[in-house]
Design a protein around this ligand. Structure first.
Ligand code: ZN
Ligand code: ZN
Length: 290
């Protein structure tokens, strides 16, 4: 890829990844093992709409000299037509108080909306002649798990209706495809306020359009946004630079991570193309304590 990132060394920071508690393929403990083995020392598990994985991890033994930051990702719905991908903006939250009851209530609402969408999608696919009920039943789903469309995509693959997660999205369940179901849930301003009210730092994830959508950026900053994901694994060097300039201009904390889900190979492979400068971890930790 032209302008692709060549990491100057193994990243010691990864502030964006998913486990089986949302739509990733590794259990939280297995993910931490892989992350730590790759050399990461500051990590945030940012499952969608749940802190369940974080709670499991702090209840178990973490690797030595390993900092785990409480994290979450909220896929916020934009109801106005801003011409955004699937009408969503993804808001990461870091450092929330895991005991905050109002925050947990908001996440429960998000998970309920996910479950409704998941069930509606399975029913719609049944009607479209692509039943995945058996594959879904085979998943061991916990009540706090935040299911997502990658989970549906994997069931479609297991049932032989799709070849890859990407194929499932583009032909079957993505926006504009026959198996697409609209979701409900928090808007970006609400997601930002909910994270901030629990003592967290709201950060806009993987928004490669940031340099050309300063209108959107300014609205979110007005609403309390404090950070922008600059060192996203699949951004090329030019995008990292341009998004980084927006973060600097707007006084936002730069974060970064792999957004590892596990569909395209091992964590080590994803990590090999990840570059998050060490000072990014230090800056976020500083903001959390300040
Ligand atoms: Zn996202
Ligand atoms: Zn993500």
């Amino acid at each position: 890829m032209e302008g692709a990132i060549v990491p100057p060394g193994p990243s010691t920071v990864d502030l964006h990844a998913h486990s089986t508690r949302s739509d990733g393929v590794l259990e939280p403990a297995a993910l931490v093992e892989a992350v730590s083995a790759a050399g990461v020392r500051t990590f945030s598990l940012t499952d969608h709409d749940t802190l369940a994985g974080y709670r499991e991890l702090i209840g178990a033994e973490l690797p030595a000299a390993f900092t785990l930051i409480p994290g979450v990702e909220i896929n916020a719905l934009v109801t106005r037509d801003l011409g955004l991908w699937e009408g969503e903006l993804h808001i990461l939250g870091f450092g929330m108080d895991p005991a905050d009851e109002a925050f947990e209530t908001a996440l429960v609402g998000q998970r309920d909306a996910r479950r409704t969408r998941f069930d509606r999608t399975v029913a719609l696919l049944r009607g479209l002649g692509m039943p995945i009920d058996a594959q879904v039943a085979a998943l061991e789903v916990g009540t706090d798990d935040a299911l997502g469309r990658p989970t549906i995509a994997r069931a479609l693959m297991a049932a032989g209706f799709a070849t890859t997660v990407e194929d499932a999205f583009s032909r079957i369940i993505g926006h504009g495809a026959p198996g697409y179901v609209r979701r409900e849930g928090l808007g970006p301003e609400e997601a930002i306020a909910t994270i901030a009210a629990a003592g967290g730092i709201p950060v806009l994830a993987h928004f490669r359009e940031a340099p050309t959508r300063l209108d959107v950026m300014r609205e979110l900053v007005e609403a309390g946004l404090r950070g922008l994901e600059v060192y996203y694994r699949t951004f090329d060097a030019t995008t990292v630079e341009a998004v980084g300039a927006v973060a600097r201009d707007l006084g936002l904390i730069a974060t970064g991570g792999s957004d590892y889900h596990g569909d395209l190979g091992s964590y080590a492979e994803a990590h090999a193309s990840l570059w998050v400068p060490p000072e990014v971890g230090a800056a976020l930790r500083g903001a959390m304590s300040g």
